[in-house]
Design a protein around this ligand. Sequence first.
Ligand code: NAP
Length: 247
Amino acid sequence: MTTVLQDKVAVVTGGAQGIGEAIARLFVDHGARVVIGDRDGAAAELTAKGIGAEVARGFGCDVTDGDQVQALLAFAAESFGGVDVMVNNAGITRDATMRKMTEDEFDQVIAVHLRGAWLGTKHAAATMREQGRGGAIVNMSSISGKVGFFGQTNYSAAKAGVVGLTKAAAKEMARDQIRVNAIQPGLIATEMTRAMPEHIWKSKMAEIPLQRAGTVDEIANVALFLASDMSSYMTGTVLEVTGGRLM
Ligand code: NAP
């Protein structure tokens, strides 16, 4: 077993299910201890328990609230002795055409994805800088942030914003050997995409050269790469994991 995250401590937001859970599991498989932060603290604890109490803990955290993000990082430091990897993954969708989208639906999506990733990056970077042993931050963008999707003016704007945040933060944090990179998944089978009407799912499938949706594990593999020293000379990058869709 390769243990590329041996003795590292990772925090994964939105890790109670879906892509975040897969990332938490894979990180533990590769030697890390993980704190799962999720809006639903009980769900986060349950997922962590399923991974293993020695190596994973759950913590209730709404990523839109700076105090809660700081509490999550402090919990990781108390539980496992620091923070080496931060994965800003928590997310929601509130899809609607711009004509129908309410201001509240716009604000909610920007708050969770963009403000949440900014708070996670800001506070994790501060913790890592203080520790003085570098670190890796992985921000979850989306291919929606590259091309803009119909019905997702809120989500596409937030996910494009995550790219700008990643690059600007990478420049600010490089001198402290803290790397900041982003992933742009394509169509991945999770709760987030399960609610999609069948005709929309089919139209998206038609755009994918590899002719299938991706799995959560295929995103987790890329997160592991960016979190570990396997990507030690990469910062400010955006990796598309889309089966070739919209390349
Ligand atoms: P998911 O299964 O819905 O998981 C997202 C998790 O984030 C849920 O546990 C959710 O909790 C949590 N969350 C939502 N708002 C939060 C908040 N304010 N604070 C803390 N946790 C919060 O979604 P997923 O598909 O795994 O998506 C994970 C990430 O990948 C998201 O950033 C998403 O935008 C991105 N992504 C997904 C796809 C895809 O095709 N699935 C494609 C591109 C990018 P609740 O269940 O309580 O809301």
